[in-house]
Design a binder for this molecule. Structure first.
Ligand code: PGA
Length: 252
């Protein structure tokens, strides 16, 4: 297996039928050199997905898109990290820009969720990234630094030992516009150095994924950059063939 990781984020899409078709397609045709693959469907499909993966594609991991910021209790509609782990999740996305923007998740809430994920034994996939306005004002590094600081300060300087970071410029999500490979590489390098400096750890194995309009046509080029360790894929993860071809991208 390559060192790359590809995470499919289905968002609020999919069906039991899609779970079947993606598992069947990837289970049969994922190359031996393929990336480490994680699929994050809506939470109602997690149980079905993890049961099917165990039988048909044991090397593919199951992940959730969100979790509660508290351990348990009177939280109508929420799902805890323990519950996600119990149905077979190993990963959980935290701080996706759609949660930050549309559901009022502040940096502090995101940090609490990150901590809850690790407490439950899940690996958080922390999303960071600037808006178009922030990029146009030259504030992209400052924004990402603020998002990382919230987690490092709340969860402790060693918290990235068991975590994945996804850099997703908000202006590239679902827009068909990707960051250029140079823009993405520069930000990934910044993120790696910032976390290493602040933690005082040599985190060479830390995976930093790129997200935002990744598709079968641009994944190889993006993943060939030094500090890009794979991708967080939205739209293109809903088509088994396209997702398979992204997962079979290799670092050139
Ligand atoms: P996209 O979404 O690939 O559809 O741009 C990526 C994401 O939001 O994680």
């Amino acid at each position: 297996m390559s060192n790359l990781m590809v995470v499919g984020n289905w968002k609020m899409n999919g069906s039991t039928e899609l779970v079947h078709s993606v598992v069947a397609c990837l289970g049969e045709r994922l190359g031996r050199q393929s990336c480490e693959v994680v699929i994050c469907p809506p939470s109602v499909y997690l149980d079905q997905l993890s049961a099917m993966l165990r039988v048909d594609a044991p090397n593919i991991k199951c992940g959730a898109q969100n979790l509660a910021a508290v351990v348990d209790g009177a939280q109508t509609g929420e799902i805890s990290g323990r519950m996600l782990a119990e149905v077979g999740c190993q990963y959980v996305i935290v701080g996706h820009s759609e949660r930050r923007q549309d559901y009022g998740e502040t940096d502090e809430i995101v940090a609490e969720k990150f901590a809850m994920a690790q407490l439950a034994g899940l690996i958080p996939i922390l999303c960071v990234g600037e808006s178009l306005q922030e990029r146009e004002m030259g504030l992209e590094e400052l924004t990402v630094k603020r998002q990382l600081d919230a987690v490092l300060d709340f969860c402790g300087s060693e918290c990235f030992k068991s975590a994945v970071v996804a850099y997703e410029p908000v202006w590239a999500i679902g827009t068909g516009k990707t960051a250029s490979t140079d823009q993405a590489q520069a930000m990934h390098k910044f993120i790696r150095q910032y976390i290493m400096n602040k933690s005082g750890l040599l985190l060479e194995g830390l995976k930093i994924l790129y997200g935002g309009s990744v598709n079968a046509g641009n994944s190889s080029e993006l993943f060939s950059m030094n500090d890009i360790d794979g991708g967080l894929v939205g739209g293109a993860s809903l088509d088994a063939e396209k997702f398979l071809s992204i997962c079979n991208s290799v670092k050139s």
